[in-house]
Design a protein around this ligand. Structure first.
Ligand code: 13P
Length: 258
């Protein structure tokens, strides 16, 4: 089954509104041929403050907008929080949930990630649910247990219809921001395992679910990762902050061909 390649830039806590608009505009103007030629899907995830202006700037273009987080109630007395409904209103189509930085710095549990993913779907948006093991877990031979735990709890109560709208991002914590990218074999092994486990949970629908790889993705390693049968896209941090690098990542097929 063919899965449309999905390339996502997670800008994390970077970019003022002016900087975000500049980056979004350059990306929009530079990727049109890649989107036309290869049918890839491109998404950028600016910080909350830049979501609305960036979504406006990208209106009518082929680049979609994601938020990096959300709260699970639609509204209420939750000072400082932003709901998925609000994100839909400002033009988001995806929301990243369960990023390892949120798990690590903000103590997000799999149960909270599950609430967020369900709230995203209820708001008519698509969750990009992040999972991944730490170096210590990998070294202790616990990688598979960790991934199963995150998927089982994070997707608790999901139906095949909900899964169809969901994207999974495998981001090994040891590869994030470290320059230590997983080898193509490590990525494929983890992705195949994830798809197999999801299949046991939710059945055939999983053949159409995209599984992204994240962790030190750069222009030079994207084509190799994307060549793996179960790697359907990438979630890019640092390299998505530079238009030139992100555009090269989106055009990975041209690099692979030359
Ligand atoms: P880097 O690409 O900077 O390693 O970050 C990956 C990431 O966390 C994307 O969500």
């Amino acid at each position: 089954m063919s899965r449309r390649p999905l390339l996502v830039g997670n800008w994390k806590m970077h970019k003022t509104v002016a900087e975000a608009l500049e980056l979004a505009t350059t990306i929009k103007n530079s990727i049109a041929p890649a989107v036309r030629a290869d049918g890839v899907e491109v998404v950028v995830a600016p910080p909350y403050t830049a979501l609305h202006p960036v979504a406006k700037r990208l209106e009518g273009s082929t680049v979609a907008v994601a938020a990096q987080n959300c709260y699970w109630e639609p509204q209420g007395a939750f000072t400082g929080e932003i709901s998925a409904t609000m994100l839909a209103e400002v033009g988001c189509t995806y929301v990243i949930v369960g990023h390892s930085e949120r798990r690590q710095h903000f103590h997000e549990t799999d149960a909270l990630v599950n609430l967020k993913a369900k709230a995203v779907l209820k708001a008519g948006l698509r969750p990009i649910l992040c999972i991944g093991e730490t170096a210590a877990e990998r070294d202790a031979g616990e990688m598979r247990n960790r991934l199963v735990g995150q998927l089982a709890e994070g997707l608790f109560g999901f139906t095949p219809e909900m899964m169809e709208q969901t994207v999974i991002a495998y981001e090994p914590v040891w590869a994030i921001g470290t320059g230590r990218v997983a080898t193509t074999e490590q990525a494929q092994e983890a992705h195949r395992f994830i798809r197999g486990y999801l299949h046991s949970l939710l059945g055939e629908v999983v053949k159409s679910v995209r599984i992204l790889y994240g962790g030190s993705v750069k222009p030079g390693n994207t084509a190799g990762l994307m060549a793996q049968p179960d790697v359907d896209g990438v979630l890019v941090g640092g390299a998505s902050l530079k238009a030139e690098d992100f555009v090269q990542i989106v055009r990975y097929n041209e690099a692979a061909a030359s």
